[in-house]
Design a protein around this ligand. Structure first.
Ligand SMILES: Cc1cc2nc3c(=O)[nH]c(=O)nc-3n(C[C@H](O)[C@H](O)[C@H](O)COP(=O)(O)OP(=O)(O)OC[C@H]3O[C@@H](n4cnc5c(N)ncnc54)[C@H](O)[C@@H]3O)c2cc1C
Length: 496
């Protein structure tokens, strides 16, 4: 008899979703987390000054709000409230104008017209590119974020039509636009993944983020991202599961006996913890040699006022991309991928306190910024980051009360899954979003040769993001193989 049905190592969004999925099936579940709090890449902390609540890792959650599994768990009962900014995204240009990704397709399309003197008017191109998929998020997300080779897509025609476009590199698919506004906006969306714009599937990433803005939104959790794992932990405890924090796991032998072990960890760490339980051919080929991608250089600011964007639209947006053209964004992402400093960097920024008064003292603000840099990079990007912000918001530096910088080494120190500062759980170029951790198609990528051991971190499909889908699919694989239990369908929004 095992001490417990299932043990999950790591309380990131995927570990917690795996634990909840198993507990919902009636199993006893215990989670061990190395850090002092649950959340992994989904946490909130006063990093700079008292009262300023920053997200050290993820901040903006189209994939969380639109996740087929998270949206059906009723996390609102455990304290999660989504806050929607007036505009999901603004993409400013140095002339003081901006393309926007609004909830409304019309407003978005309207912002792509009148290109500065060159060819323009990309509103119709935007409608044509997204039109077939608008209003169909639930079916599309379930198919795109499903476990590979796990049965037929729910909506095969829609999925097939999407796949034909999605497989293209963003640089190619972005040629649907003739002007810099459409191309720049599209490139910025693809820049949420750590791969060059010439890499396959990056076009699909951009499409998914655009569709999410119209169908789901790009919200922040009220009070900070920590609300997501806290809600998952609350749900898990309500189902009888337990969580031990400040308990880093170094070897399987340290743990109580369990019928299944699920690892929300880096593949090489999984090999080290599992030790001889995994055959050396498998550990060597698929886990120890697993490759990591570009890192990020992150700055969290406490500001005495809102960012003084020249473009008015950026003052209404939750997320602001800084890197105007496809060429500039493409060069920055390519540099990070090829091991050189991006000049200038492409910045993804977020300003949650404009829409949530729980994030900073009255009148002041938190501001979240990161840029891609090479894995393990040791340079100082701060001057380049602030030059890029000043380019679009002159006077920004005068508002800075405090800042916390996280280099790739700091990012790894905060979470061992972020090897070399990689926030995506492994390389994302080529087909590595689909084929992970093994670089070849395997029937169940979550399973290992030991029938009791599973991987459930973002080093498995569908990869990075706070959506919990890796954990959900891994838990389903364990339910099917170890517990011979009926595999639950995704919880529906109505159920939630
Ligand atoms: C700077 C940054 C910005 C990001 N921005 C966004 C964003 O805006 N939106 C978005 O959707 N995603 C974003 N992401 C990505 C997102 O955070 C990750 O994809 C997601 O958190 C992965 O979840 P996970 O559960 O697989 O792993 P993680 O979140 O990394 O969690 C793994 C957990 O396992 C624990 N652990 C590891 N090893 C052990 C061990 N041996 N013993 C015990 N515990 C262990 C870790 O401490 C950690 O808590 C960002 C990430 C970073 C770092």
């Amino acid at each position: 008899m095992a001490d417990v049905d299932a043990i999950v190592v790591g309380a990131g969004p995927n570990g917690l979703t795996a634990a909840v999925t198993l507990a919902r099936a009636g199993l006893s579940v215990r989670v061990y987390e190395g850090a002092a709090t649950v959340g992994g890449g989904a946490r909130t902390a006063e990093l700079t000054l008292p009262g300023f609540r920053h997200d050290p890792c993820s901040a903006v959650h189209p994939l969380g709000a639109g996740s087929p599994v998270l949206s059906g768990l009723g996390l609102e009962r455990f304290g999660l409230t989504w806050v929607h900014p007036e505009l999901p995204l603004a993409h400013p240009f140095p002339d003081g104008s901006a393309a926007v990704l609004a909830r409304s397709v019309d407003e978005t399309a309207g912002s792509l017209g009148d290109d500065f003197g060159d060819r323009g008017g990309d509103g119709d191109a935007y409608r044509r590119l997204l039109g077939p998929f608008l209003g169909r998020w639930d079916g599309l997300a379930a198919d795109v974020l499903r476990a590979p080779l796990d049965g037929w897509p729910r909506e095969p025609l829609l999925y097939g039509r999407f796949g034909l476009r999605a497989v293209l590199p963003a640089e190619l698919l972005g040629r649907a636009f003739t002007g810099e506004r459409g191309r720049g906006l599209f490139a910025g969306l693809a820049g949420h993944v750590t791969a060059p714009l010439t890499s396959p599937v990056t076009g699909g990433i951009a499409l998914m983020f655009a569709l999410a803005a119209h169908d789901v939104g790009w919200p922040f959790p009220r009070g900070g991202t920590q609300a997501i794992p806290d809600a998952l932990a609350g749900l898990l405890r309500s189902l009888g599961g337990t969580i031990e924090t400040e308990h880093p796991v170094r070897a399987l032998g340290e743990l109580p006996s369990a019928r299944a072990y699920l690892f929300d960890t880096d593949p090489a760490a999984t090999a080290a913890i599992a030790g001889p339980r995994l055959p050396s051919w498998y550990a060597d080929l698929f886990l120890r040699r697993y490759r990591h991608g570009p890192a990020v250089f992150k700055v969290d600011y406490a500001l005495s006022g809102p960012v003084p964007w020249t473009a008015q639209a950026a003052r209404r947006a939750g997320t602001v991309h800084l890197g105007p053209t496809m060429a500039e964004i493409g060069a920055a992402l390519r540099s990070a991928h090829q091991g050189t400093e991006p000049r200038p960097p492409f910045l993804i920024t977020a300003q949650p306190s404009l829409f949530d008064d729980r994030r900073a003292p009255a009148g002041s603000h938190v501001f979240w910024v990161y840029a891609q840099v090479p894995n393990g990079w040791r340079g100082d990007l701060l001057p380049a980051v602030e030059r890029q912000i000043e380019r679009f918001a002159p006077g920004f530096r005068d508002l800075v009360l405090a800042r916390t910088i996280m280099t790739p080494a700091d990012i790894e120190a905060g979470n061992p899954n972020n090897v070399g500062g990689d926030i995506a759980g492994g390389r994302c170029d080529g087909l590595r979003l689909l084929l992970r951790p093994a670089p070849v198609p395997v029937p169940v990528p979550y399973a290992t040769p030991d029938p009791a051991i599973y991987l459930c971190s973002s080093a498995t499909p569908p990869g990075p993001g706070v959506h919990g889908m890796c954990g959900y699919h891994a838990a389903r694989a364990a339910l099917r193989r170890v517990f011979r239990a009926p595999v639950p369908a995704e919880p529906s929004r109505e159920e939630g």
